[in-house]
Design a protein around this ligand. Structure first.
Ligand code: PMP
Length: 362
């Protein structure tokens, strides 16, 4: 028998592990607030659609995602602005869609600029695509430093990733800031506006990414059905871009990447958008309650525009996360930096507030 195995590309062999949010062990009463999921189960109408679709999974899904694409195009279109189907591309979650974007634009050794700390998949998908990660530090108050990101762009830069609201700090950049930023980025560089949490944004001068995508052909908007729409387990993300760019991304995508059940669940969710948006509003009310209480306790928690809050706990991170686990709250620690906690159902948020008071005295 041969003892050696073929060599794994060094870019892949050296990848950091993607750390998923902690899972709840069987039989343990706990709240999982570690992965920014929606705490509410799918609506009955969505479950009905999924159940019916399950009867036909011996067949491949529609490769062109036609019904889902048309439903999403109609959903995103307004009387002032039409989003045509040819501007959309999909992935097995927005993380896969991001991989397709990078495969479309990044050659070996090209640079991908992104904020850091931000979504932990960025350096992974960059390396897999053969690119070089250029990390730009957040400002001391946990915001994207768009000026520093402009300065990090070189003639090797092919893609810049703007995560807003930023995972894990929750801060969001404004429309006017992004507009100024785009004017300073060369037009042959793709700017991905990663809006995984866009439905949770409630602020003045909020980013209107679709307006910018109309204005700048190098803007690619990345969104997901995992968060506000509660379909994390089915894995559907999407891209809105110029038709030529979207066609390139579709060409680089995994064939049949969005499965048959997922496609049907998306269509059913778009039909139930009002009900789902009411849940988002309830989560935003909870976010306000939690954030206000944390500030009153004295926590320096940055204002969150997402469905999570960020505790800058530094060297105490691991200890405090372990303490939370003993109390049934599974949070997401970033060693030496801080703890991200998803806004969950009110009962989970109450446990968080109790813990946050205890953490101050520990
Ligand atoms: N972008 C950001 C900023 C995220 O936080 C996440 C999920 N944690 C994703 C993209 C990917 O989500 P999904 O693949 O479930 O669409």
């Amino acid at each position: 028998m041969r003892v050696t195995t073929p060599k794994i590309r060094s870019a892949v062999a050296s990848l950091p592990a993607y750390v998923p949010g902690a899972r709840i062990p069987d039989g343990v009463q706990a709240f999982k607030v570690s992965s920014n999921e929606n705490p509410y189960p799918p609506l009955p109408s969505v479950v009905d659609a999924i159940t019916e679709a399950a009867l036909t999974v011996n067949r491949y899904p529609d490769m062109g995602n036609t019904e889902m694409t048309d439903a999403l195009a109609a959903f995103l279109s307004t009387p002032e602005r039409e989003v045509s189907a040819e501007r959309l591309a999909f992935g097995t979650g927005s993380v896969a869609a991001l991989g397709h974007i990078l495969s479309t634009f990044v050659d070996e050794g090209d640079e991908v600029v992104f904020p850091w700390r931000s979504f932990e998949a960025y350096p992974i998908v960059t390396s897999v695509a053969g690119g070089k990660s250029v990390r730009v530090r957040l400002t001391p108050d946990h915001r994207l430093d768009l000026d520093a990101m402009v300065e990090a762009v070189t003639d090797r830069t092919r893609v810049v990733l703007v995560c807003t609201p930023n995972n894990p700090t929750g801060t969001a950049v404004s429309h006017s800031q992004v507009l100024r930023f785009l004017h300073r980025i060369p037009d042959d560089v793709i700017v991905v506006l990663d809006e995984a949490y866009v439905e949770f944004v409630r602020k003045d001068d909020a980013l209107d990414a679709l307006a910018l995508a109309d204005q700048f052909p190098n803007v690619v908007v990345l969104r997901t059905f995992s968060k506000a729409y509660g379909l994390a387990g089915l894995r559907v993300g999407y891209v809105i871009a110029h038709p030529d760019i979207a066609a390139g991304i579709r060409a680089a995508s995994t064939p049949f990447g969005v499965n048959l059940v997922a496609q049907v669940a998306v269509v059913a969710s778009l039909r139930a958008a009002d009900e789902l948006n009411a849940r988002v509003d309830a989560l935003i009310d909870e976010r306000t309650r939690v954030w206000t209480a944390l500030r009153e306790l004295g926590w320096d928690v940055p204002p969150s525009q997402a469905n999570f809050v960020w505790f800058p706990t530094g060297t105490r991170t691991e200890e405090l996360a372990a303490h939370a686990r003993t109390r049934g709250l599974l949070v997401r620690p970033f060693a030496g930096e801080g703890i991200r906690v998803t806004i969950g159902e009110p009962e989970a948020n109450d446990v968080l507030l109790e813990l946050a008071a205890e953490w101050l005295t520990q």
